[in-house]
Design a protein. Sequence first.
Length: 332
Amino acid sequence: MAHLLVTGGAGFIGSNFVHHVVAHTDHTVTVLDKLTYAGNEASLAGLPEDRVDLVVGDIADAELVDGLFEKADAVVHYAAESHNDNSLHDPRPFLDTNIIGTYTLLEAARRHDTRLHHISTDEVYGDLELDDPARFTEHTPYNPSSPYSSTKAGSDLLVRAWVRSFGVRATISNCSNNYGPYQHVEKFIPRQITNVLRGIRPKLYGKGENVRDWIHADDHSSAVLTILDKGEIGETYLIGADGEKDNKTVVELILQLMGHSPDAYDHVTDRAGHDLRYAIDSTKLRTELGWSPTYRDFEAGLAATIDWYRANEAWWAPAKDGVEAFYASKGQ
Ligand SMILES: NC(=O)c1ccc[n+]([C@@H]2O[C@H](COP(=O)([O-])OP(=O)(O)OC[C@H]3O[C@@H](n4cnc5c(N)ncnc54)[C@H](O)[C@@H]3O)[C@@H](O)[C@H]2O)c1
């Protein structure tokens, strides 16, 4: 049994990880989360109080972080400003949390010699052409496009430097796009599902040709536990589940699964600098550490996600109007 400190554990993927840890291990967890607009205490509801506690605070608060590292056997770092569209609107919080926040955790890991796993994204690699058969590997050069992905790239490089220069015991993973329960309604899949539930037509950026490589958040969690357990210090692992789909296909599938005509959506202005295609080659994680995904059928995973949003309107409704007002102001 170990005690984990999980930063950003009240966000989408972090809360899925905490649920996964409680269900599949006997570890205890302290969540450190600032509860920004993206964090939600309700995402941790129902978890046993003797195994999970929440500390509300900032990962850039060195004193607070220091005290929490003292009690942790390992730290899993999810906390981030994570939404591309917000980063185009106001980049500053992305620098504060993704860069300075990660630096603060690395310094604490160095002082306490604590094992740290840093969660990152495939967006650090930029994008691929739609007709390019290539996929990202651990050797693909970094080429981020947005303030969000560039600050994530910067945080990855800080982790590498702290491993090399100060012997910090850290690993990194870069994962493709996640879907599943507890994802904020500002993001593509929950936004379209909750639009349909509200009787609003789904919105598709541009022609909807952009391709994302979808993975269920629970598979991301099992991959992270595998890396914590068996990963080699200083190594980077790409996490993906061979789930490439273009956005148009995803919107049509959501409409179909929810009993509507697949063309009952509107096209809206594309996102500035919108990356064309992401695709992950996760061979290293699968062959060296023996991980494989559980959710292999995207349609079944999506149907389960739709069911979750249908059953949990009280969780998502408070944020919905604000998100739609934000997009409406941008004609999206
Ligand atoms: N969503 C994806 O598809 C995806 C894919 C690959 C990697 N990632 C990475 O996974 C991590 C989590 O992403 P997510 O989609 O769950 O994001 P999210 O926005 O849903 O959650 C982020 C959480 O971090 C918290 N947070 C933000 N700033 C903080 C601060 N300064 N101190 C403490 N807590 C703070 C927020 O309150 C929130 O709970 C991020 O590092 C992201 O880059 C996400």
